[in-house]
Design a protein around this ligand. Structure first.
Ligand code: C2E
Ligand code: CA
Ligand code: CA
Ligand code: CA
Length: 281
């Protein structure tokens, strides 16, 4: 038994030990954060290139950590997904985003704001009670389902195939809009894409970022915009940081844009101030 113990030790090097420990600590920390309600939503405007006005906001999660300060999703969403904690966190995010959007709809009844967009992870999507939860959230917050959009990645539909279509159809029946996030980076079969009730393709930042220096990326964006158009959908380009990118996207008739050029994700109070100002680009 002793030698077995020893050989196990040999496989378990100190680096692995350290990272396993860090993971365990992060997981415990996440559970505590859920209990103590340390998560916040930040809101990044999505701008319509047709009206030049703010069409909606994407809700993005932040973790207000007691010692580490404001933590970005890259540092906790992956583990939350692995451990399944994302289900509870995602439910909270959906509730909070709908609640906030309803407040904005009541406070600024005449503004251009139409959609609050919430990220839905694959784990949440495959929960059998997803529809019931969404109905419950809409009922409690009083938000019109037409004001809600859900962002899913290509992998969600690829992995869930037939169930996915059924769920998406139910969501659309309710009036909720479905976006494909990070489009172009996954494995959607173009043939299937046609059969999904999707309204918007969100062009991944990895294409937008180098578009002014790399012709190939520009071509890909042009193709995605044309594809969305052919399928009766629209396109949102994410990660727009410069006026050069914006000018090209306008030329390509991309319907909407999002990125640091317009605004970083904002605290709800800053987002409210922006809505009140009602800027036009
Ligand atoms: P995403 O859904 O692709 O969100 C867009 C990310 O790009 C956000 O990062 C946003 O802050 C960032 N971004 C926006 N404009 C620009 C720009 O012009 N330049 C650059 N460099 N970045 C820009 P963030 O907030 O750190 O979120 C990262 C990812 O975490 C999100 O990627 C999404 O996959 C995930 N996430 C965030 N909130 C939630 C949530 O509530 N639920 C789930 N399931 N995932 C979430
Ligand atoms: Ca997103
Ligand atoms: Ca995205
Ligand atoms: Ca992305």
């Amino acid at each position: 038994a002793k030698s077995l113990g020893k050989s196990r030790y040999a496989l378990f090097n100190p680096d692995m030990y350290a990272s396993a420990l860090a993971r365990l600590q992060l997981e415990a920390d996440l559970r505590r954060a859920i209990e103590h309600q340390e998560f916040q939503l930040y809101y990044q405007p999505i701008v319509s290139l047709i009206s030049g006005r703010i069409l909606g906001f994407e809700a993005l999660m932040r973790w207000q950590h007691p010692e580490r300060g404001l933590v970005n999703p890259a540092d906790f969403i992956p583990l939350a997904e692995e451990t399944g904690l994302i289900i509870e966190m995602g439910y909270w995010a959906l509730y909070e985003a709908c609640r906030q959007m309803q407040v904005w709809q009541m406070t600024y009844p005449h503004n251009s704001l139409e959609k609050i967009s919430v990220n839905l992870s694959a784990k949440q999507f495959s929960q059998p009670n997803l529809m019931a939860q969404i109905r419950h959230i809409l009922q409690t917050t009083g938000l019109n389902p037409q004001n809600l959009a859900l962002e899913i990645t290509e992998s969600v539909i690829v992995e869930n195939a037939d169930e996915a279509v059924a769920i998406l159809l139910k969501l659309r029946e309710l009036g909720i809009e479905i976006l494909i996030d990070d489009f172009g980076t996954g494995y959607s079969s173009l043939g299937r894409l046609y059969s999904f009730p999707i309204s918007v393709l969100k062009i991944d930042r990895s294409f937008v970022d180098p578009m002014t220096t790399n012709k190939r990326n520009l071509d890909i964006i042009e193709i995605i915009v044309a594809l969305a158009d052919k399928l009766g959908m629209s396109a949102i380009a994410e990660g727009v940081e410069t006026k050069e990118q914006l000018a090209i996207l306008r030329n390509l008739h991309c319907q909407s844009v999002q990125g640091y050029f317009f605004s970083q994700p904002l605290h709800s109070s800053e987002a409210a101030a922006l809505i009140a100002r009602n800027p036009q680009w």
